[in-house]
Structures are given as structure tokens and as C-alpha cells.
Design a protein around this ligand. Structure first.
Ligand SMILES: CC(C)(COP(=O)(O)OP(=O)(O)OC[C@H]1O[C@@H](n2cnc3c(N)ncnc32)[C@H](O)[C@@H]1OP(=O)(O)O)[C@@H](O)C(=O)NCCC(=O)NCCS
Length: 234
């Protein structure tokens, strides 16, 4: 699939919002001028090798990894007024219908609402690029990432106890969204409360609902090769 990011909404209309620390953040496409800044963001990332072995530990491997993403992905960045690039998200075509998603926020800017906004921009981008589904792989212990993905409607493909979980978002179900019932567009199973907000301090799903056609991602699936999981060794 050819990536024509220049014709997408996020390219023409960057997404601005205020994060939970009351700082303005802009999500926009990665222009060539910002490539060195993205490399800087990953070189400054600490600790490296912290999620699925990424970013690579050695500087040369890290730079090579970022350049590969620039060359092969549709890349968005989250920018702060003061510090420039503080987050990066990308979609990598895996087939005509499917892309894989990467989402990374600089450590000093995590948990203030940037990842969720960036993820939603990536979903819209994937939709406009005509992908049918977005896939990703997340470490089972990465509860923050899992919470963000679940909140965005991703469903688990992997079942049972595994170190890494495959998740997918069915974009096709959103195509007719304006004319569909809400339960068809949203994934009722993906709606969960953060433990902090749940009564008795534990996660709580919303009341059981009869799944409509929107319930997706049923059934375990064989995990194929994963370009993000298999990044260059540091
Ligand atoms: C995972 C990541 C992308 C999320 O981005 P972020 O900007 O930190 O996330 P946000 O602030 O938008 O959202 C965090 C959510 O997790 C919740 N959260 C915080 N601590 C949590 C915990 N221990 N368990 C579960 N959820 C938690 C927050 O309350 C918030 O949810 P809410 O919006 O419903 O309140 C970011 O933390 C990151 O870059 N981590 C390192 C790289 C990584 O793991 N990438 C994913 C690889 S698959």
C-alpha cells in the first residue's frame, strides 16, 4: 500500500489539545525537518530496551531503527511548545488490509493524556488510509498501554497467560458509523474503568451487554512476525 499521508485530515488539520498538566500539545504529521528531532527523542529515551526490547540500546541501532520507521511508516508526532517532540505514533502496512501500530511517549510526558489522543489520531489516520484493521503487540505487564488501547476500542486476539498480547482494532466497523447504532461502532468489551476510578479499587467492566456485530477480535490467532517486536538489538 502506498502511504499518501499528505491527503489525510491530520496532515491538513493538526490536532491540538490541552494535556492533564494544562500544557498545549499538537499532534501532527512528521515532516522531514523534524526527522532529527525524532531521533533525538529516542536517543534521549530512558531507559531504552524498556518496552518489547525497544528503543534499541546502542545509539547506532537506535538511529537505524528510527530511520526505518520514517522510511516505512505513516508517522505522527505529538509536539509541546517548550520541548518539541514528546510523542511518536506510527502505522506500518503489514498487508493491503492491515497495519501495525507503534505508540511511544517520552518518559517525562507519560500519563498526562498524550498517548490516548495520539492513538485516536492514528486510528483516524488508519481509517483514512483505508486499512481494515490495526494490530499491535503489547507486553502483558504494560497496564498503561493496555488501558489506552482498550479505551480506544482494541480487543485482545491472544488468550491465556502469555508475556505478550496481540490486540486488534476493526476499522471496517466504523465505516458506516454515522448511520449505525452506537453499540455497533464501539466495542462494548473494550470499555473498562481505570482501577483508580473503580469502586473498591479494582478494575470494573461496565455491565454485561449483548455483543452486537461490533464485538470483534474473538478467537485466538497465530502471532506472525512482528516488525516492532523484532527491532534491531541494542
Ligand atoms: C503506553 C503509552 C504510549 C501511553 O501513553 P500515555 O500518554 O502515558 O497515556 P495517557 O496519559 O494518554 O493514558 C494513560 C491511561 O492509563 C491510566 N493508567 C495510569 N496508570 C495505570 C496503571 N497502573 N494501570 C492501568 N492504567 C493506568 C491513566 O489513568 C490513563 O487512563 P485515563 O485516560 O482513562 O485516565 C506511554 O505510557 C508510553 O510511551 N509508554 C512506554 C512505551 C510503550 O510502552 N509503548 C506501548 C508499546 S505497545
Amino acid at each position: 500500500m502506498t502511504i499518501d499521508i499528505g491527503s489525510t485530515t491530520i496532515h491538513r488539520f493538526p490536532h491540538g489539545f490541552i494535556n492533564k498538566r494544562a500544557e498545549p500539545i499538537l499532534v501532527t504529521t512528521l515532516t522531514e525537518k523534524r526527522h532529527p528531532k525524532l531521533i533525538e527523542m529516542y536517543l534521549a529515551y530512558r531507559p531504552r530496551n524498556s518496552f518489547s526490547g525497544l528503543p534499541p540500546i546502542r545509539d547506532e541501532a537506535c538511529i537505524r531503527w528510527v530511520r526505518d520507521m520514517i522510511a516505512n511508516g505513516a508517522n505522527l508526532v505529538a509536539m509541546s511548545f517548550e520541548e518539541g517532540i514528546v510523542g511518536h505514533g506510527a502505522l506500518f502496512p503489514a498487508s493491503e488490509d492491515t497495519c501495525e501500530m507503534l505508540l511511544v511517549i517520552s518518559p517525562g510526558h507519560q500519563k498526562v493524556g498524550i498517548g490516548g489522543e495520539l492513538a485516536r489520531c492514528l486510528i483516524q489516520l488508519g481509517q483514512e488510509m483505508d486499512f481494515g484493521q490495526i494490530r499491535l503487540c503489547v507486553e502483558a505487564g504494560n497496564h498503561v498501554a493496555r488501558h489506552v488501547y482498550e479505551k480506544c476500542g482494541f480487543a485482545y486476539l491472544t488468550r491465556g497467560l502469555t508475556a505478550e498480547l496481540d490486540m486488534s482494532l476493526d476499522l471496517a466497523r466504523c465505516r458506516g458509523a454515522p448511520g449505525e447504532a452506537v453499540r455497533k461502532v464501539m466495542n462494548p468489551r473494550g470499555i473498562a474503568q481505570h482501577p483508580r476510578d473503580a469502586p473498591q479499587g479494582r478494575p470494573q467492566d461496565l455491565p454485561e451487554r449483548r455483543p452486537g456485530r461490533a464485538a470483534h477480535g474473538q478467537g485466538p490467532e497465530e502471532a506472525g512476525g512482528h516488525p516492532l517486536r523484532d527491532g534491531p538489538d541494542g
